[in-house]
Structures are given as C-alpha cells and as structure tokens.
Design a protein around this ligand. Structure first.
Ligand SMILES: NC(=O)c1ccc[n+]([C@@H]2O[C@H](COP(=O)([O-])OP(=O)(O)OC[C@H]3O[C@@H](n4cnc5c(N)ncnc54)[C@H](O)[C@@H]3O)[C@@H](O)[C@H]2O)c1
Length: 434
C-alpha cells in the first residue's frame, strides 16, 4: 500500500518506519525542514532505541522516504495518517487541535482519489467528525473515508510496541474504510495481534480512557506510598502484594515522583475538559490531575527535608532529567518542577542525563551539566535519582560517597535498597519506604 504519514515526531516517525517495515511504501512528512533534512542525512531527530537501524534499512529498501512536501505524498496514497501534536491549549487545558485541522485542510487539497484519512494523534471525541467535515467541504468531488486509529506505543520501547501491540483499535464508520485499515495492519493480523473495530468516537475515547486509567494507577500507588511513609510500611511490598492479584496486575504500580511526559498530563487534562463539556465530569481523573501536579513540587520539599530542612547555597546533584528512561523527551518531566522547587529554595543544581541534556537545556536556567553520574555527584550535598536509567542502577556507592560533600541520597525511583545505601554511609530517602 502507499501510505502518507503527516507529522514525523515520536509517533509519526516510529509508525511510518514500522509500516514501511511491514512492506508498505511510506512517505513521512513534516513541516520542520531541519527534521526532514536530518532524516534525509540518516540522522535521527529523536532518541528512540533501534530507530536508526530500522529507518536506514527501510530507506535502503526504498520503502521509506522523508519530505516537507505533503502534496505528492498524499496524491495516490490509500491511507493518510495524521500524527501531528495535540498539546494542551494554553489557558484551558483542552487539546489544541489546530495542527490536526491544519493538516486535514492540506490533505484535502492534495487528495486525488479515494483514501482513508486516519487520525493517529490523540484527539478528543468528535475530532474525526470535524476532520470529515473539513475534508468533505473542501472536496465534495471525492469519496473519502475517515478513521480513528489511536496509538498506544511507549517512548523507549516504541518499535516493539508498534510491531507487537497488545491491541490495535480502529474506529471506522463504514466498511470500505475499515477494509483499508485492515489491509494496513494485515501483517500484524497474521501475527494474531487483536484488532478491535469500533465506531470512531469509541476509538477516540478508548485512548483517553486508557491513559487516564494508567495515570490513575500510578497516582494511586503514589498516595499509598505517602501513607506507607507515615505508618512505617513499605510501598514496594504493598505493590507486589496487590499486583500479584490478576485483577489488579503489577504494572504501573511503581511509586515515584509523579507521572510526566508528553501524554499523561495533557491527555488526563483533555479528558477532564471533554467530560465537563458534556456535563458528565470524571471526578476521579480530576483528582488524579490535581494530586499529580502537587506531587512533583512536593518532591523538591522531600529533597529539602533530606538535606536537613534547607538547601540554600547547597549543591544538589540530579541524576536523570527525562520523564522516563530510554527517551530524550523532556515534555512535562517531573525534573522540571523539582529543579524549579529546589532553585526557589536557593539550591545550586548540577544534572546528568544519558540522552536528555540537549532537550533539557532550553527548558532550564542556571543548571550545570555533568559528563556522567560520578562527575555529577562530585562536591554535592545531596544526590537525587529522578529518572531510573539503567546507568544509575548499579553505581559504586563508595566511590560516590568519597567525592560528595555530604552523603545524602534521595532515591525518587527506589532503585537502591535503603539498607544497602545506609551500609555505605548514606542518609537515604526513598519513596514509600520507611
Ligand atoms: N509520544 C508518545 O509517546 C505518544 C504515544 C501515543 C500517542 N501520542 C500522540 O501522538 C501525537 C503526536 O505525538 P508526538 O509525540 O509524535 O508529537 P511530536 O511533537 O514529536 O511530533 C509532531 C510532529 O508533527 C509536525 N507537524 C505539525 N503540524 C504539521 C503539518 N501540518 N504537516 C506536517 N507536519 C506537521 C511537527 O513539526 C512535529 O514534528 C499526539 O497527539 C500525541 O498525543 C504520542
């Protein structure tokens, strides 16, 4: 099949490369000429494990190309995916759909015959209806299908998730569009990946419901962690104790500094707004959003407490800046709020992240960057593990302690056992571990 992918960010680029790997002919389009130039030179504009090799191979096989020119890519394509950003709208938190609608208008002009226009971006219920209206108004001469195909991949494991998904959700309102979508995913169908065909609105809502549920699970265990600290219990053991129950499941039960990233914060907020608009507020999700917002800042207070109540003039070393390991994505990362809280309290910040420092620089002021974890800790009054990169899992604690000004370890991901850290002479503070 011929496929056009509009938007070549974390989702568009991975999806485009994987669809090419299935054997389709894919052109990934982006407005950002630097991104496209980098891709055409074989450089990845984002960090995602395995992506460079997958892209290189499919470019070599002539199944994958990159361009800023939408028209020729859309003309003659059987499926046109919209994978542009849907960030929170300034002011009210609703999803900003301007990029989606702009893409739809450009696609409308470029279509030459029947095609299915597919929203892969995470979009509020009813967006597909509006995309269809835009297309039909612009091109009354054409028969066009409009489908919803929300993406569930996780950054850091995106290729595996796309190629071996738990499920594929396709929202289509007619059999012809559904048949095209089935053909797009036929290679996965042969692997027996479950494909759910639903109405378009159902597919749109399914994505928000999934993210809101996962965000709720994280927030639930975070609050239980706070309670554990007060009552002298251990949240990791509680999480295991409940996670082994198949009805609950052990995933997303790791207490930490609060969820961040490019999806959960904006998607929970957008769901809250949609639900309010329809007069059916989702109170649990509203609470999750509020609890999580407060939590990120509370993590700075936790560090301050571990430093004896003040960080004024102290050097605080942060390990990990990205919202999770194996990505360079800094969008809504908890590190941003934690650093702001510590700087407000007078701390000097030094940080190290294996992949995120380039993206972090424009977002942070007054932060020094180190070359590795050990250099970061040198002379520090406290070491804070914010993101659980593998590189931070087996640090030489004796070596760290020897160069630090004060042996304080604040482990916001519970990477280290408190007994182990204390044995090495550290004052240790984890999450939900008394
Ligand atoms: N990042 C994730 O892990 C993830 C997972 C599932 C779903 N999603 C959803 O997928 C969508 C995209 O997310 P992302 O993280 O890939 O965003 P991104 O910001 O990394 O990429 C979006 C890209 O679209 C481009 N773009 C915008 N308007 C365009 C236009 N008219 N024509 C061509 N290109 C255009 C931008 O230049 C940018 O490169 C969002 O709705 C997001 O919620 C993201």
């Amino acid at each position: 099949m011929r496929i056009a992918m509009i938007g070549s960010g974390y989702v568009g680029l991975v999806s485009g490369a994987c669809l090419a790997d299935f054997g389709h002919e894919v052109v990934c389009i982006d407005k950002d000429p630097e991104k496209i130039a980098a891709l055409n030179e074989g450089r990845m504009p984002i960090y995602e494990p395995g992506l460079d090799a997958l892209v290189a191979e499919n470019v070599r096989q002539k199944r994958l190309a990159f361009s800023t020119d939408l028209k020729p890519a859309v003309a003659g394509a059987q499926a046109v995916f919209i994978a542009v950003g849907t960030p929170s709208r300034r002011g009210d938190g609703f999803a900003d759909l301007s990029y989606v609608y702009a893409a739809a208008r450009e696609i409308a002009e470029a279509l030459t015959g029947y095609a299915v226009v597919v929203t892969k971006s995470t979009v509020p219920v009813g967006t597909g209806d509006e995309v269809e209206r835009i297309l039909r108004e612009a091109r009354p001469d054409l028969d066009i299908g409009v489908a919803s195909n929300p993406e569930f991949l996780r950054e850091g494991a995106a290729i595996g998730d796309f190629k071996r998904p738990d499920r594929i959700v396709i929202g289509a309102e007619d059999a012809r569009a559904a048949a095209v979508m089935q053909e797009v995913y036929r290679p996965l169908y042969l692997n027996q990946a479950p494909i759910l065909f639903t109405g378009r609105r159902t597919a749109e809502l399914t994505k928000y419901a999934a993210n809101a549920f996962l965000a709720t699970k994280i927030t639930f265990i975070n609050e239980i962690a706070d309670l554990c600290e007060q009552v002298g219990a251990n949240v990791q053991e509680v999480a295991r104790g409940i996670g082994l129950d198949n009805r609950i499941g052990g995933k997303f039960l790791h207490a930490g500094p609060g969820y961040g990233g490019s999806c959960f914060p904006k998607d929970t907020l957008a769901l809250v707004k949609t639900a309010q608009d329809y007069g059916t507020p989702v109170r649990i999700v509203e609470t999750v959003v509020a609890v999580n917002d407060q939590r990120k800042r509370a993590m700075a207070r936790k560090v301050i407490a571990a430093c004896g109540g003040s960080v004024r003039g102290k050097r605080v070393a942060l390990l990990g800046l990205t919202f999770k390991p194996n990505t360079d994505d800094m969008r809504d990362a908890p590190s941003l709020s934690i650093i702001a809280g510590l700087q407000d309290a007078g701390a000097r910040i030094v940080a190290y992240d294996p992949e995120g420092m380039e993206q972090a620089r424009p977002l942070l002021q007054g932060v020094d960057y180190a070359e590795d974890a050990y250099a970061c800790a040198e002379g520090a009054d406290a070491l804070v593990i914010v993101t659980e990169w593998n590189a931070f899992r087996a640090l030489d604690l004796a070596r760290l302690k020897a160069t630090m000004a004060a042996p304080v370890l604040v482990d916001l991901r519970n990477v280290y056992a408190s007994a182990d850290a204390e044995q090495h002479g550290f004052a240790y503070a984890g999450i939900g571990v008394a």
